[in-house]
Design a protein around this ligand. Structure first.
Ligand SMILES: Nc1ncnc2c1ncn2[C@@H]1O[C@H](COP(=O)(O)OP(=O)(O)O)[C@@H](O)[C@H]1O
Ligand SMILES: [Mg+2]
Length: 335
């Protein structure tokens, strides 16, 4: 549905050229909620603004339903943009207009008939029927973002770009906005690109994710894959930000003990691999820390386990787990 092919963006300031996005390729399927995560300055906003050409890419192509948006004329671009809604961290509402008038704005531009009915429909969708005549200053952050969402969906786009849409909101409001986005994806089939610096957002609604650092995509895949087996240090950092970690002072290790972070994912709960490993290799396993998450109908386990027993037996148990697709990462504390 959206194919980003080798997109680069350079900004030229008076003195020098700066590459904000470097040769990024991402394929997004219809119905995906595709997350792009990275620290501030990673190039996420610049990349996503290339999709609707709020930013002109320096190189590369972006195909939306097969049509190359980077090659569009102005008239074609105006039509293409109706297919792409966008919401922002700071909502970008018109303060002198009421909720209704804000939502009406894109409808006026595209000369839609039966405007009032469409506005009523949209207000119902975002659950703001009672705020129709309020001004933005009379709304909470979450309500403002709901207006932003209604406005973005006014022209029935097939794609919604969300640039840090929940970053200005408290956790509870964040959750309700993410649930609304999920509902819109599910019920209206709107494909979404969700930019964030928070792994929690990815975890809650995305099915795919790309990790950006310094303008490049350093890792991408299904959220489950990336979550259970992050390979790039930045990804590991993000994944750890939503899992708990063990205080180092807690740990005493000797040669008959081995500390291992084990991660697994499964669609079923009927494989007691850890207890099998313990019995088969005659080791003890002490679960020091653990979390089981549920993601897109998968079970994701992240545990820190202290194995004790004969060195070879511990190795054997770890190998056994690895053979059964459990990811084992030995934790070494040298200090
Ligand atoms: N219009 C611009 N001119 C010059 N540099 C810019 C411009 N927009 C963004 N940048 C730079 O590009 C980099 C990426 O920015 P941005 O895409 O906003 O990152 P993110 O959204 O991941 O925080 C930053 O270093 C930023 O300073
Ligand atoms: Mg940004």
């Amino acid at each position: 549905m959206i194919r980003i092919e080798n997109i680069s963006k350079e900004f030229t300031t008076q003195k020098e050229a700066f590459s904000a996005v470097k040769n990024v390729s991402i394929h997004i399927k219809k119905g995906d909620i595709f997350g792009i995560i990275g620290l501030s300055g990673a190039g996420k906003s610049t990349l996503v603004r290339c999709i609707n050409r709020l930013e002109e890419p320096s190189n590369g192509h972006i195909y939306i339903d097969g049509q190359d948006i980077t090659a569009c004329t102005d008239t074609q671009l105006r039509e293409m943009r109706k297919k792409i809604g966008m919401i922002f961290q700071h909502f970008h509402l018109l303060n002198r207009r009421t909720v209704e008038e804000n939502i009406a704005f894109p409808l006026e531009i595209s000369n839609i008939r039966h405007k009032d009915e469409r506005i009523t429909e949209l207000l119902h969708l975002v659950e703001l029927e009672d705020k129709r005549n309020s001004y933005p200053s009379q709304l909470s952050g979450g309500q403002k973002q709901r207006v932003g969402i209604a406005r973005a969906l006014a022209n029935k786009p097939s794609v919604l770009l969300c640039d840090e849409a929940t970053s200005a909101l408290d956790p509870k409001t964040t959750k309700s906005i993410l649930e609304l986005l999920k509902k819109i994806n599910r019920e209206l089939g709107v494909t979404m690109i969700v930019i964030t610096h928070e792994m929690e957002v990815i975890k809650q609604i995305c099915n795919k994710v790309a990790v950006m650092e310094g303008g490049s995509v350093v890792e991408q895949g299904s959220v489950i894959e990336v979550f259970t087996n992050p390979s790039h240090p930045v990804t590991k950092q993000f994944v750890q930000s939503v899992s708990h970690d063990l205080p180092k002072s807690f740990i005493t290790q000797n040669t008959n003990q081995k500390l291992v972070r084990i991660s697994y994912q499964s669609e079923r709960v009927d494989k007691p691999l850890l207890s099998k490993a313990i019995r088969k290799f005659d080791v003890d396993a002490n679960i020091l820390l653990g979390g089981i998450d549920h993601l897109n109908n998968h079970i994701i386990g992240n545990l820190i386990v202290e194995f004790s027993g004969e060195k070879e037996n511990i190795q054997g148990a770890i190998h056994y787990l690895e053979e059964n697709n459990v990811i084992c990462e030995r934790i070494e504390y040298n200090e």
